[in-house]
Design a protein around this ligand. Structure first.
Ligand code: ADP
Length: 400
């Protein structure tokens, strides 16, 4: 009895420490990670996870778990109907189940994907200002069943966690929005100058045509800025689920090269694909990977020189599939290489000459990292740039 009391006291002290820690973290990923670790810890559970609730889509999706293979699990949709987490959201009440397999609310897909068997489970809703933001679950009590005291501890942690999640989200959103608004200023300023000039009576027909052309290009850029930005915001929020399949990466490279052929021809740039000797099968989200290769090819054309060339090839290194895009272009100054994956970053020297948003490489990085991969850049000013994408060939968990 005395031992149980000390244990509980330890848990409460730990809870106070955690609350302080949570309140000071504004990075959502770090925060969620800390919450699940703490939840498993204070309830002596084998694992813990957080599902976030999307109020608009009325869907729950997996965000973090102590035992999660991130690329596979992140963004996995859990239905409101027929799932324990869904029941918790709908009823806004905690739920404790000793034998999950016998419960009709149990949603088995997650187990199938992770290969992790769920015996007992305790879940609570994460609520702030009467709004459910998600569900915190602890899975498989190490010794015996979850108790009402575990439920109380988890509820206190949940209340702190919900506020911290909301704060981190608001902070992130305002950060993103202010960056976006800042980026809108330049094209809007040039549009406003262009329309002002267009209305001046002294403009010749030829000058007017040139201005209209400018307006057209700026609106195209604004459009691409908006859709790239949305893409990136979705990827950063972890709401994008990667749908994996097994495919031949060489087919993908040929497909991308065909798409970019006209653009390359216009600039008299030759794209060469080198056929590899090793295996070429890869398990990944094909559409998302296509977006990465198209982006890299588009850059290799945009920042190339007339009559330049691009080499596309793959190789296997330490059981990773490396996709390499190499160009004979302008290269990147040494002091800029470290910034190249930052949002909106563009090399100053090329900014005026080549149109772009500075978001393409950030999107590539998010997609590659979402697959548990790496993206690397090697560049020599005036000689060319080589981008290397390294991807695990097979996903660690069972494909769905
Ligand atoms: P964007 O091309 O729209 O500006 P990216 O995020 O794709 O945005 O690239 C960021 C910056 O990196 C570009 O503005 C360019 O200066 C530089 N860059 C990217 N790829 C290359 C390349 N292959 N060669 C030279 N510079 C490049």
């Amino acid at each position: 009895m005395a031992e149980i009391k000390t244990q509980r006291l330890d848990s409460y002290v730990r809870l106070i420490d955690i609350s302080r820690d949570l309140a000071s973290t504004l990075d959502l990923d770090v925060l969620l990670d800390r919450i699940v670790q703490a939840a498993a810890d204070i309830t002596a559970a084998e694992a813990a996870s957080i599902l976030l609730y999307d109020n608009t889509a009325r869907q729950l999706y997996f965000q973090v778990a102590t035992n999660m293979d991130e690329p596979t699990m992140r963004g996995l949709v859990v239905p409101l109907e027929g799932s324990i987490a869904g029941w918790i959201v709908t009823n806004q009440k905690p739920l404790r189940i000793d034998n999950a397999h016998e419960d009709t609310r149990h949603f088995g897909d997650i187990e199938q994907t992770t290969g992790f068997s769920i015996e007992s489970i305790l879940g609570i809703p994460l609520v702030t200002k009467n709004k459910v933001v998600g569900v915190l679950e602890v899975i498989n009590k190490k010794d015996g069943d979850f108790t009402s005291s575990d439920e109380n501890l988890l509820t206190v942690l949940g209340a702190q966690a919900a506020i911290a999640i909301e704060n981190a989200r608001l902070f992130h959103q305002s950060d993103l929005i202010s960056e976006f608004v800042h980026e809108l200023r330049t094209p809007l300023a040039s549009l406003s100058t262009a329309t002002y000039l267009l209305l001046r009576p002294e403009m010749s027909r030829e000058q007017q045509e040139q201005i209209v052309n400018n307006i057209h290009n700026e609106t195209l850029r604004l459009n691409s800025l908006a859709s790239s930005f949305l893409d990136l915001a979705r990827l950063e929020s972890g709401r994008v689920q990667f749908r994996k399949s097994t495919f031949d990466v060489m087919d993908l490279l040929h497909e991308c090269s065909d798409v970019m052929e006209t653009k390359a021809d216009e600039d008299r740039i030759q794209i060469r694909i080198i056929e590899p000797e090793g295996p070429t099968l890869l398990e990944a989200d094909r559409d998302k990977l296509k977006q990465v290769v198209l982006n890299l090819l588009s850059n290799a054309i945009k920042y190339n020189r007339p009559n330049g060339s691009i080499i596309l090839k793959t190789e296997i290194r330490e059981n990773k599939m490396i996709i390499s895009v190499q160009d004979t272009g302008v290269g990147i100054p040494e002091d800029a290489v470290g910034h190249i994956f930052e949002k909106f970053y563009r090399v100053r020297e090329n900014e005026a000459k080549v149109s772009g948003t500075g978001l393409g490489l950030s999107i590539c990085k998010q997609i590659v990292q979402g697959h548990g991969g790496t993206i690397e850049i090697k560049s020599k000013l005036g000689i060319g740039t080589n981008i290397l994408v390294g991807l695990p060939r097979v996903s660690k968990t069972i494909p769905r």
